[in-house]
Design a binder for this molecule. Structure first.
Ligand SMILES: [Zn+2]
Length: 550
């Protein structure tokens, strides 16, 4: 007896030893109850450094720096936000403009080729996986919530610009908390929106028990468990412009705090994605004050998340950017000769004197583009009193709103010795920040964010794919049924499944299954991929019909 006991102890030790060898990440703790991902779009280390100088004290981020992040996509060493979001959300590198689906072809060395049968196939996100576990889930963005990064966690399409389609998928994903901009994509034209399918997605949300919040006050007073707060028709204002130009909009930190308060009411835990979307937009415009404005707002949101995680002890936080934008440099060609004598004040003085972002200055100037008004406003709000005649003309001819920053930003940059390479994305490695159980360290891939999130919450992404995205044609024909797409209302296509006299309807981009008089809410959405012509449904739809018809 003793001998057998001794023998099994040795076997146990051997097994334990080999498991340790097979485990790629050492020190893997028990599953985390919650995961919060915080992303700042289009942010390199320079953007962070400049923001820290501006603040004049350490950032909340500085305390939790753990390593670096590689960012390339399946087809380029410089990624677009859509494949980056897909990597963070699903663990797969993909191609430009693709949201939550696999690529067609891969060209970057090291990215595996995709078998023909899997090209354009939807893949599950960590938000969808967390939801299947019974956790609450949330999305926050300062752009429209249909924009690439939040879309990567909550929709599936090869076209990132299809905001009305993405909006519909997001509504039917049953996401517990959604805060940001983009209200117009949920409403038909008659109600002030831009939807041409005449669907009122806000009433769908209302019918499903969501509170609809429209202002900062309503957000702060909210005390329920499920809410959509869309505070602008499109993107929210930059943080520096918010108080004067959009006082009804909440800050990123306020949205993050309310989301955590709401989602943490679920005993099973939660997943939350938070994005400072417009740092990228400012960097595209080469506007340093827009970058600083929204990075400071982002850092406050990180602090809110950290305060919760430190108290809670079961929350993993990972913070990162998706790519660099603009190729910002502290130092520019015009100041190059004296770079080692460049005074602090030369850089920080002009930045501190700028009261609004470039986009905000469009509102400050209003309709009056006279030379007098331009000189007065630039003096009062930027302390710039040496505008050249060419600069006055450039401001007068500048495009309005968001694009106005492309004219003001470079004028401020020049005076602050800030250089920019161009107005596109850049492909360097970025900072990685993390805190809490299972936090990564060292240089990791953007796809590792999804893998660590899933593993930390205790689910498998490939298994989640099988539960949520089954090829409808194959699944139903193998059961002796037929599945065809009814496009007679081409804005609201429906998958029709038939067997003998039985018929079931699965409206595309929804999680609804109708069989006769019964209607079911599926655990995921029905997705039609135009590039492959295939329709994917949750396995639950197949199981329900099997039960009903066989
Ligand atoms: Zn961008």
């Amino acid at each position: 007896m003793k001998k057998i006991y001794k023998h099994s102890a040795i076997v146990f030790l051997l097994i334990a030893f080999s498991v340790c060898l097979l485990t790629p990440m050492q020190g893997w703790a028990a599953p985390a109850k919650n995961v919060i991902l915080l992303m700042t779009d289009g942010t390199s280390s320079t953007h962070i450094t400049l923001t820290r100088w501006y603040k004049g004290s350490p950032l909340a981020l500085d305390d939790i720096l753990v390593g670096g992040l590689r960012t390339y996509s399946a087809e380029s060493i410089i990624t677009d936000s859509a494949p980056a979001a897909t990597a963070f959300a699903t663990g797969h590198k993909t191609n430009s403009k693709f949201i939550g689906i696999l690529p067609e072809k891969t060209t970057v060395p090291g990215v595996p080729a995709i078998p023909a049968a899997d090209q354009f196939k939807p893949v599950a996100s960590v938000l969808e996986g967390a939801k299947l576990l019974g956790k609450s889930v949330g999305l926050i963005a300062t752009s429209q919530v249909q924009h690439a990064s939040p879309a990567g966690f909550s929709s599936h399409t090869p076209f990132r610009d299809q905001y009305t389609l993405i909006a519909k998928q997001q509504v039917y994903e049953n996401i517990d908390v959604v805060f940001g901009g983009g209200k117009q994509y949920l409403l038909p034209k008659a109600l002030g929106g831009i939807r041409t399918d005449e669907t009122n997605l806000l009433s769908v949300l209302k019918d499903r028990g969501f509170s609809l919040l429209e202002s900062r006050d309503e957000l702060l007073a909210f005390n329920g468990r499920k809410a959509w707060g869309l505070f602008a028709p499109e993107a929210l204002q930059f943080d520096f412009d918010r108080k004067d130009h959009a006082p009804r909009e909440p800050s990123l930190a306020e949205m993050t705090g309310k989301a955590i308060e709401t989602l943490s009411k679920n005993e099973k835990g939660f997943f939350l994605f938070v994005e400072a979307s417009k740092v990228d937009w400012a960097a595209h415009a080469n506007d340093p004050i827009g970058v600083i404005s929204d990075l400071l707002a982002y850092d406050k949101a990180v602090q809110v998340a950290l305060d919760f995680a430190k108290k809670d002890g079961q929350t993993l936080i990972m913070a990162f950017a998706d790519h660099g934008t603009g190729g910002m440099a502290i130092g520019s060609k015009e100041f190059y000769k004296i770079y080692d004598k460049l005074p602090y004040e030369t850089v920080l003085g002009p930045l501190k004197n700028a009261l609004y972002t470039g986009e905000g200055m469009d509102k400050v100037l209003g309709e009056d583009r006279s030379e007098f008004n331009i000189r007065v406003q630039m003096m009062q709000n930027y302390s710039i009193d040496d505008l050249t005649a060419a600069e006055i003309t450039a401001i007068q001819k500048a495009p309005r709103k968001r694009a106005f920053a492309t004219v003001i930003g470079p004028m401020l940059s020049k005076r602050a010795a800030i250089g920019w390479i161009y107005t596109g994305h850049t492909g360097e490695d970025l900072f990685l920040y993390a805190f809490g159980p299972n936090k990564p360290s060292g240089l990791i891939q953007n796809t590792d964010i999804a893998k660590i999130t899933a593993r930390s919450l205790g689910f498998d992404l490939a298994e989640t794919d099988h539960k949520l995205f089954v090829d409808a044609a194959t699944a139903f024909t193998s059961l002796g049924a037929t599945a065809r797409l009814d496009n007679s209302d081409n804005l609201n296509p429906v998958l029709i499944v038939e067997k003998g006299l039985h018929r079931a309807l699965l409206p595309i981009d929804t999680n609804v299954l109708s069989v006769g008089k019964n209607s079911y809410m599926l655990p995921g959405i029905v997705v039609q991929i135009p590039k492959s012509g295939k329709v994917f449904v949750p396995q639950k739809a197949v199981d329900l019909l099997k039960e009903a018809w066989w």
